[in-house]
Design a protein around this ligand. Structure first.
Ligand code: AP5
Length: 210
């Protein structure tokens, strides 16, 4: 399966992507993670990306599309992949269609009222695990690997507002775009836990595979 995971900031894309990739044996490709790794590594791409990420804007298409095109040219994606956070605009979707033929766009629909708390309360580990402070009982280390938890630089109220604005203008039109291609499936998250959302996601993916 070649899947796009779509959703507003904080919809749970990363959370679900980890579970989906593990259960269905797909390669998880997150453009946000790729940019953050470049920022950490001090690369030229990282230096460029940081200014856009901190402002809640999209990193320029020329850079982003090239990164994804290059990643999808690797051998390990032959068995299937999951694109988390790409495409994020109609332009990126058109570019993607030139070098990949995705099967499904899975849209995670979340109540906008939940987003600010989810993101500003998020703590992440370098291993990729993500938590909400309310579930940590004061712990500052990762339950999975023991690493120190930290807050992403763009997980602050001001940047989250900008990210949501960017999503509404640039990314939300992709829902209609993939719906018109009969490739859209929406999972409504409501107040469901990550595991409950995952059950709904599996129903969609299992029926798609049949
Ligand atoms: P990116 O890293 O993709 O960030 P995002 O889209 O804003 O998404 P998030 O990572 O914030 O949220 P998520 O949906 O993954 O939710 P999560 O599972 O973590 O992109 C960052 C930046 O990089 C962009 O702003 C842009 O600048 C740049 N960028 C990336 N891709 C780009 C592209 N294609 N083009 C140009 N620029 C690009 O969950 C969030 C929180 O909620 C966590 O605390 C989690 O524990 C909790 N949670 C999850 N599910 C539930 C649930 N069901 N119930 C309760 N809590 C939950």
């Amino acid at each position: 399966m070649k899947i796009i995971l779509l959703g507003a900031p904080g919809a749970g894309k990363g959370t679900q992507a980890t579970k989906i990739a593990e259960k269905y044996g797909l390669i998880h490709i997150s453009t946000g993670d790729i940019f953050r790794a470049n920022i950490k590594g001090g690369t030229e791409i990282g230096k460029l990306a940081k200014s856009y990420i901190d402002a809640g804007k999209l990193v320029p298409d020329s850079v982003t599309c090239e990164i994804v095109k290059d990643r999808l040219s690797k051998q390990d994606v032959i068995g299937g992949y999951l694109l988390d956070g790409f495409p994020r605009s109609l332009y990126q979707a058109e570019e993607l269609s030139k070098f990949a033929d995705v099967d499904l766009c899975l849209n995670l629909e979340v109540d906008p009222a939940l987003i600010m708390d989810r993101i500003c309360g998020r703590r992440v580990c370098a291993c990729g695990e993500s938590y909400h402070v309310s579930t940590l009982n004061g712990s500052t280390t990762c339950a999975k690997c023991g690493g120190e938890l930290y807050q992403r630089d763009d997980d602050n109220p001001e940047t989250v507002k900008a990210r949501l604005g960017t999503y509404n203008v640039m990314t939300a039109p992709l829902i209609a775009y993939y719906s018109a291609q009969n490739k859209l499936a929406t999972v409504v998250c409501g107040t469901k836990t990550p595991d409950e959302v995952f059950e709904d996601v599996c129903k969609v993916l299992d029926s798609f595979q049949k």
